[in-house]
Design a protein around this ligand. Structure first.
Ligand SMILES: Cc1ncc(COP(=O)(O)O)c(C=O)c1O
Length: 391
């Protein structure tokens, strides 16, 4: 059989994560110990009471049917969580849509909303599904550069009027991946006015809402007046409660947009496993002490790695949030060459920044998904690598 992928799928680029995983395997085959700081999958455990809830419901055979959609308790729990954590009012019935991870929603939203030829504004660098979902939908991408000199915020005034006339949607993420910067309230207010003026749906990805450090405020787009008129926010239990493999997340906000996405999704999947929904309810309605402990652990990891790297003269900008460092690489290197040689020679796996967009050249993304001792060891190896292979 000679089978060729559809033209849409042909346009998607191969995942960098696979390429890095292959290099990692080659290094392992050569007997090298590899410290994997590439994929943002949490290494920390979910809270014990959440696992207990999951096990309790999973041990009852009546809970194995299709759920079709979120149970009312889950909707209530999300509304409670949004009020408690971010001071945002969310109507549990009309303003919550359950998802199989926020990736599910991010991947399908463009197909539900975008017609061929519609423009979508996406951040560069940005999390890969933003671009891929628009490509699948046949939409046209317009990249908004996120530059250090603009605090990694897009300059809305730079987007030409003729593009705005054709634009239906804009995707933002603060804090994001790979760019870990935060936005303040005034930026979100500006975005809301911009969206109203130009009739654009705002999609805010808030997957790292609970990994925010140094007492920076956690600002949900939904807590800003007017946000629900123009936008939705994706969130997830993957990073907040270390439930990445359970595939449970949600979108909140504009009821019309959520309805459209929900209608499309009703043709695609038949809901999240009931025990996972119950475990998520337990997590979202808990006393949240685990969240503070987790923030401390990631802060410590970040500081440990940064202190280690400073010794080798590689000074990184301090990540205010997320499980990543968005690290400007030493002069003379290209992102891919740096990342690939680092795996081969030093056994430290990171992701080259250009995998997230053109503006990511000159950076690598380092995930803080190893215990502090391993991060110290990674810093020591990077030091040796920089001395030996200096450009
Ligand atoms: C910025 C961002 N958004 C969304 C996701 C998807 O997460 P999930 O589908 O597990 O909620 C990720 C995962 O790494 C992410 O980094």
């Amino acid at each position: 059989m000679n089978l060729v992928a559809s033209t849409k799928v042909q346009k998607l680029t191969a995942s960098i994560f696979q390429e890095v995983a292959d290099l990692k395997q080659q290094a392992l085959n050569r007997g090298l110990d590899v410290i994997d700081l590439s994929v943002g999958s949490p290494d920390l455990p979910p809270p014990a009471f959440v696992v207990e809830e999951l096990v309790k419901y999973a041990s009852n055979p009546v809970n194995y049917g299709y759920t079709l959609k979120g149970i009312p308790e889950f909707h209530e729990a999300v509304s409670f969580f949004y009020q408690r954590r971010y001071g945002a009012d969310i109507d549990p019935e009309k303003e919550v849509l359950q998802l199989m991870g926020s990736q599910d929603g991010l991947a399908h939203l463009a197909t539900a909303i975008i017609n061929p030829g519609d423009y979508v504004l996406v951040p560069d660098p940005g999390y890969p599904i933003y671009e891929a979902s628009v490509t699948i939908a046949g939409g046209v991408l317009y990249s908004m550069p996120l530059l250090a000199e603009n605090n990694f915020l897009p300059v809305l005034e730079d987007i030409p009027q003729q593009i705005l006339e054709k634009t239906k949607m804009m995707i933002l993420s603060y804090p994001g991946n790979p760019v870990t910067a935060l936005a303040d309230r005034s930026f979100f207010e500006k975005v809301i006015n911009f969206a109203k003026r130009n009739n654009i749906l705002i999609v805010h990805d808030f997957a790292y809402s609970e990994l925010i450090y140094d007492n920076h405020p956690q600002i949900s787009f939904m807590s800003v007046p007017g946000a629900k008129e123009v936008g939705i926010e994706f969130n997830s239990l993957s990073k907040t409660f270390n439930l990445a493999g359970c595939r449970i997340g949600y979108a909140v906000g504009n009821g019309q947009a959520l309805n459209i996405l929900g209608t499309f999704k009703s043709q695609i999947d038949y809901g999240v496993f009931y025990p996972i929904q119950k475990a998520a309810v337990a997590a979202l309605t808990s006393n949240f002490t685990i969240l503070q402990e987790q923030v401390k652990e990631y802060e410590f990891r970040r500081d440990t790695l940064m202190a280690g790297l400073e010794k080798s003269g590689w000074q990184l900008a301090k990540s205010p949030a997320t499980m990543f460092l968005w690290a400007k690489i030493p002069a003379g290197w290209k992102s891919r060459q740096f990342a690939f040689e680092l795996i081969s020679h030093a056994g430290v796996a990171v992701i080259p920044g250009d995998a997230f967009g053109k503006q990511g050249e000159g950076y690598v993304r380092i995930a803080l998904v190893q215990p502090p001792e391993r991060l110290s060891e990674a810093a020591a190896r990077i030091h040796e690598f920089l001395v030996e292979y200096a450009h």
